[in-house]
Design a protein around this ligand. Structure first.
Ligand code: FAD
Length: 293
């Protein structure tokens, strides 16, 4: 199938893109890497009247570290994130996650801004934003808005962005030296969307979690920053403690049914991931047995 007829405009600057968005609002769609937008248009799931191509706005591409903050431009491609020394040093969780996004051809075009604006609940990067405590920077006709990641994702393919706004960057706190991370997803094949996944960032001191942020994906209509992580912070972790956290996690989940898995299977896999995550971050293989019961 081919897309419906549409008009095309190549934005010459961020201001120009904002003018076009202000003039056309919900009738327009921003084009970054096109790896989600174009398939959706070709399948006629969406039919924008105008496509605003921001792909040449090089000022929106790149990674900068300053004052303990990592700023990633919206047009930074997945392949750039994989190669970035700054990401490897200061946000290694993101590097691990990007390696699981689709395939090289898609990673060569797809961007972080497009992935976050797309807000697919089975996507890796939105969950990483929750785990890393990111701030999403949006620019609109009235200036800049800073949106905490846990307020940005509001439903399936839905974000807090207004139709006239452009996602311009993401800010992440530089990972502290004593931090640790865990990333894993269950997928039918490498590169497929996850059946269930977990992106976690932690600080471990003397065998306990001083901080633990668990970003689950494909467990509901949006990524989930699990509150049950609180049960594991500042306590001695035993198998019963972990079992209680798994039960608390279960109560937080609202998984969807699709061709890949039933809700019950997703609940089970989320608990398996939590158990593996805690066991791996603490270096405690003894916690595996019985903990996922
Ligand atoms: C075969 C295949 C497999 C895939 N597998 C995965 C996977 O495993 N994991 C995964 O996460 N994704 C996957 N994807 C989806 C895709 O990789 C990402 O969603 C993609 O990287 C999005 O980035 P993009 O730059 O291509 O966005 P685009 O397709 O250009 O845009 C996506 C959406 O975001 C909006 N948008 C884009 N940029 C901005 C901006 N700066 N401000 C405001 N709105 C914006 C667009 O209007 C559109 O609605 C897959 C895609 C394909 C085709």
């Amino acid at each position: 199938m081919k897309a419906s007829a549409f008009a095309y405009a190549r934005a010459t600057s961020v201001e120009n893109a904002l003018e076009l968005l202000t003039a056309h609002g919900e009738k327009a769609k921003v084009l970054s890497g096109g790896q989600s937008l174009l398939p959706a248009m070709n399948l006629r799931l969406i039919a924008p009247e105008l496509v605003i191509d921001i792909g040449e706005l090089t000022e929106l591409r790149g990674v900068v570290v300053e004052g303990g903050v990592l700023t990633i431009g919206a047009l930074t491609r997945h392949a750039d994130l994989l190669k970035s020394r700054e990401i490897a040093a200061h946000a290694p969780l993101l590097a691990d996650a990007v390696a699981q996004v689709a395939h090289p051809a898609i990673r060569n075009r797809g961007t972080i801004g497009g992935s976050l604006a797309q807000a697919d609940p089975a996507s890796e990067l939105p969950a990483c934003m929750l785990a890393l405590g990111a701030t999403i920077i949006a620019r609109g006709p009235d200036g800049e808005r800073r949106i905490a990641a846990n307020e940005f994702f509001v439903g399936i393919y839905e974000t807090a962005l207004w139709p006239q706004e452009l996602l311009v960057a993401v800010e992440l706190p530089v990972a502290p030296e004593n931090s640790a991370h865990f990333f894993h997803e269950f997928a039918r094949r490498h590169g497929d969307y996850a059946i269930v996944g977990l992106a976690a960032q932690a600080i471990v001191t003397d065998g306990r979690f001083a901080d633990l942020r668990l970003g689950f994906f494909a467990v509901g209509d949006r990524p989930l920053l699990a509150r049950s992580a609180g049960e594991l912070v500042d306590v001695a972790i035993t198998s019963p403690v972990l079992s209680e956290a798994c039960a608390a996690l279960d109560a937080e989940l609202d998984p969807l049914e699709d061709q890949q898995a039933t809700p019950a299977m997703r609940r089970h896999l989320a608990k398996v991931l939590l158990t593996r995550c805690v066991s791996s971050l603490l270096g405690r293989p003894d916690l595996c047995v019985g903990a996922s019961a």
